[in-house]
Design a protein around this ligand. Structure first.
Ligand code: GDP
Ligand code: MG
Length: 293
């Protein structure tokens, strides 16, 4: 996955403009509580690694009880990226989960509303794009399909945001179980007519190769960790077990790196385009038709 394509394949003019201006991108995480959502975004984008001399208990990541956002400035492939991360409270804790996703849906709709209002103002140059460009949907590593709640929520989300399905805590599955689980999830997604983010086809052969590799890994099986383990003198994020060590950034252990690259490098622009051309348009149409959210 060394040869990133995304940015480099933008037409020169667009590319230069983008490099100068930088990108704004918003990523949301959704799913049942305890699946490692906060740990994952921490592993992907935030630098607070506990060293082995100073191991922080995992409870250092407090329970997420409301929608929380944070901004990170990243430099990816020479391009400045202002990433807004939206962490959401998990659900599934209460007996009645029927309203648990309201804060998530509200957040998405409100950002569209903000954008629409800003767009209709006179000075359109300064329109900030706070729309949610992708939603990592965490699925419990049960090994036997998704929960009814997940299917229901995905259906509520799929017309509003780019859903990227993720298998949480993949270190709890064997490679065979994981491969089987992936197939099962894709089947259920198809059977329930859930629309997840679709990788675009393009003319470039190199780019298609990368696309194929990334598409084949969906749903991404990930492992997150806030602790550092030492392997051959190198300090890496990982999880230690009696039988061995799982390295978060090793593609043979999980899809963490593929997912990260896809979201913030290769498919960032397409995720933004689909958000604008499909999901935001849906919102505007619903609005014009007076259907409410
Ligand atoms: P959230 O409620 O989805 O935000 O979950 P948290 O990030 O708060 O994590 C819940 C618990 O799961 C913590 O004890 C983490 O250390 C643990 N955890 C997080 N990621 C992983 C993972 O990839 N594998 C395993 N085995 N445990 C994890
Ligand atoms: Mg959390």
């Amino acid at each position: 996955l060394d040869g990133y394509v995304g940015f480099a394949n933008l037409p020169n003019q667009v590319y230069r403009k983008a490099v100068k201006k930088g990108f704004d991108f918003t990523l949301m995480v959704v799913g049942e509580s305890g699946l490692g959502k906060s740990t994952m975004i921490n592993s992907m984008f935030l630098a607070d690694i506990y060293s082995s001399e100073y191991p922080g208990p995992s409870s250092r990541i407090k329970k997420t009880v409301q929608v929380e956002t944070c901004k990170v400035l990243l430099k990816e492939n020479g391009v400045n990226l202002t990433l807004t991360i939206v962490d959401t409270p998990g659900f599934g804790d209460s007996i009645d989960n029927s309203q648990c996703w309201q804060p998530v849906l509200d957040y998405i709709e409100n950002r569209y509303e903000d954008y629409l209002n800003a767009e209709s103002r006179v000075n359109r140059k300064a329109v900030l794009d706070g729309r949610v460009h992708s939603c990592l949907y965490f699925i419990a590593p049960s090994g036997h399909g998704m929960k009814a709640l997940d299917i229901e929520l995905m259906k509520k989300l799929h017309d509003k945001v780019n859903i990227i399905p993720v298998i949480a805590k993949a270190d709890t599955l064997t490679p065979e179980e994981c491969a089987h689980f992936k197939k099962q999830i894709l089947n259920e997604i198809a059977q329930n007519k859930i629309k997840i983010y679709e990788f675009p086809d393009c003319d470039d052969e190199e780019e298609n190769k990368v696309n194929k590799m990334m598409r084949e890994r969906v749903p991404y099986a990930v492992v997150g960790s806030n602790t550092v383990v030492e392997v051959d003198g190198k300090k890496l994020r990982g999880r230690k077990y009696p039988w061995g060590t799982v390295i978060v950034e090793n593609l043979e252990h999980c899809d963490f790196v593929a997912l990260r690259n896809m979201v913030v490098r290769t498919h960032l622009q397409d995720l933004k385009d689909v958000t604008n051309n499909v999901h935001y348009e849906n919102f505007r149409c619903r609005k014009l038709a007076g259907l409410g959210p």
